[in-house]
Design a protein around this ligand. Sequence first.
Ligand code: PHE
Length: 341
Amino acid sequence: MITKINALKEEINALRATTTEEVEQLRIKYLSKKGLVSSLFNDFRNVPVEQKREIGQLLNDLKNIATDKINSLKEGLAGQADAKAAEIDLTRTETPLPLGSRHPISLVKNEMIDIFSRMGFTIAEGPEIEDDWHVFSSLNFAADHPARDMQDTFFIMRNPADVLLRTHTSSVQTRVMEKTQPPIRIICPGRVYRNEAISARAHCFFHQVEGLYIDKNVSFADLKQALLYFARQMFGPETKIRLRPSYFPFTEPSAEMDISCNLCGGKGCSFCKNTGWVEILGCGMVDPNVLEACGIDSKEYTGYAFGMGIERITNLKYSVKDLRMFSENDVRFLHLFDAAH
Ligand code: PHE
């Protein structure tokens, strides 16, 4: 009996377990009613009386050793689990993080801002909800100009004062001229709204970058040089520009600028309707009436202004044919621009 007890004691002392299920199995094997320790207690009946005291003591010790061992195995495993849990940082984000990409309109807008910044232009911004004065009247629009019509412009309120969604960011130029005396050299990027049926070629909103430079002795030659620099930076050093006379209420003289079609290199394709040229912007010398309306002395100062659609520039740069793609936010389209960052 004593040998059996000692053998079992050694066996129990050497027990190992790696999972809680294993520990439970050991507990059943040694300590349950039919377990090895309990069966020794059953044998206790047959122990001669004179040995009962000694063996009883040994048996009790064995049971305590077995219980302690099982408990310490259990605790050991729990400790390990805690240590593992401590290693896991639940505040960490999932990896790899799915990255978003910048919208093509933002990419091109930033590029335009970069180019004009190098020529000393700074950014000016203004409200999208505007009044008649800043969008039309200060800019020399005639009372019966079609842009003042509900057909062309989104009016929020007609009377007593007109409140409308700006149709161009020239309104920001007015706001700057009212507050600042020349020299002024700003570009105004932003969203504009026009009451157009949505199609591949037109949308009820789009984005513009308009520019304004006012100082003493600013000439049309300065305007042309700035625009040539812009076109070559944006579309490559081979790009040619062409200015055609045009009309805007707020500039005199006015022009529209074409660049050599950068899809066919000026040879003629369906995009440029076989002319080799595509129109990208309107421009001109700021009309003296506009300077005066904004409190700038038109005898002392002259200036030029230009304005263009960011969508149009993006179309040309990335051959996007359908304007609607810019506002659908289809990730398959947006991901095409990942590499352009
Ligand atoms: N504001 C004009 C437009 O929205 C663009 C423009 C700006 C033309 C400045 C000439 C000078 O079409």
